[in-house]
Design a protein around this ligand. Structure first.
Ligand code: UDP
Length: 321
């Protein structure tokens, strides 16, 4: 298939682009490089620098489907500057959908998020549970999911949204190339903890130890980026005209911040000092996915379900002095 990967110079988009190339697809990456890196675009994929609002001319070259990763994804930034998220994520995606319609491209796989659920009522979270996002980032992604449902019903679009839980780890492609997380502003737990083991920071901050969880720290569901990426290839095959399907993507088990730090200590052999800090606004206590639906309907199961293998791959991929 001929596929357009928006945001394919970012962490998750570049891994998916690499797996699509490996699967024999013809891949073009569209990325404005606002947070991505041109050198993350896999060899074998074409690269176009531009925003999703400018996708029209690219799409008119003829594509079978779009895999849409390009987005702003910092929760705190979305609270401070919501317009950037509504314009960039929702406005940009509506322009992309319109350009797809004009070019006759009728399939899309979309990066949605656990943040669409907000503070969940129960764990694990099912796709049918209430969606009440607690920040503009989650709200903008939920609005896109809503638009996709409407476009599927109105125009026969085939769409799949994958609601990611906590993605981590690194991917080694068949050509030996390693794809890893490289954010200029790093907010995620595992890279922040590993940065302490690398000596880049003296300690890691634990955002809140007074949550209603066994050790008082937040519980999250960590999924290996290679497993997450593989789900996109299944989703692409499952895109059916007139349908919008939504799937959660996690490993199905929860680990607390303290448990993650303990696994990082074990993997790196570094003591990794941790200090308790204030809660981060908007963090739910527990976010764990039920991934039963994608397992049942698309046959997806994680190859790397253990947190230790996720952390080991993230650690091995980091350049060390
Ligand atoms: N967290 C932390 N210290 C950090 C980064 C994150 O304690 O330096 C916590 C954060 O409050 C949350 C969990 O780790 O409870 C996972 O956060 P992350 O930003 O990785 O993902 P999120 O769940 O927000 O998508």
């Amino acid at each position: 298939m001929k596929l357009l990967v928006t945001g394919g110079a970012g962490y998750i988009g570049s891994v998916v682009a690499a797996q699509l190339v490996e699967a024999g697809h013809e891949v073009a990456v569209l990325d404005d490089l606002s947070t991505g890196h041109a050198d993350a675009v896999p060899a074998g994929a074409a690269f176009v620098q531009g925003t999703i609002a400018e996708a029209g001319p690219v799409l008119s070259q003829g594509f079978d489907a779009v895999l849409h990763f390009a987005a702003k994804s910092l929760v705190a930034e979305s609270v401070a500057d919501p317009a950037k998220y509504w314009t960039g994520n929702l406005g940009g995606t509506l322009a992309l959908l319109e350009a797809m319609r004009q070019a006759g491209v009728d399939r899309i796989v979309f990066s949605s998020t656990a943040a669409t659920y907000g503070e969940p009522e129960r764990s694990p979270i099912l796709e049918t549970d209430p969606t009440r996002p607690t920040n503009p980032y989650g709200a903008s992604k939920l609005a896109i999911d809503t638009a996709l449902t409407a476009f599927a019903g109105l125009y026969g679009l085939g769409a799949v949204s994958l609601r990611y839980f906590n993605v981590a780890g690194a991917y080694t492609a068949r050509d030996g190339r390693v794809y890893r997380e490289r954010h200029d502003v790093e907010t995620h737990l595992i890279p922040n903890v590993l940065a302490v083991a690398l000596g880049e920071h003296p300690s890691v901050k634990v955002f809140g130890a007074d949550y209603p969880t066994p050790d008082g720290t937040c519980v999250r569901d960590y999924i290996h980026v290679a497993d997450l990426s593989r789900a996109h290839l299944l989703a692409l095959d499952a895109c059916a005209p007139g349908r919008h399907d939504i799937y959660n993507l996690g490993s199905g088990s929860g680990f607390s911040v303290q448990e993650v730090i303990a696994v990082c200590r074990e993997v790196t052999g570094h003591p990794i000092p941790a200090e308790i800090a204030d809660r981060r606004p908007g963090d739910p206590a527990v976010l764990v996915a039920s991934s039963d639906k994608i397992h049942r309907e698309l046959g997806w199961t994680p190859d790397h379900p253990s947190l230790k293998s996720i952390v080991t791959d993230a650690w091995t991929a980091l350049p060390k002095n």
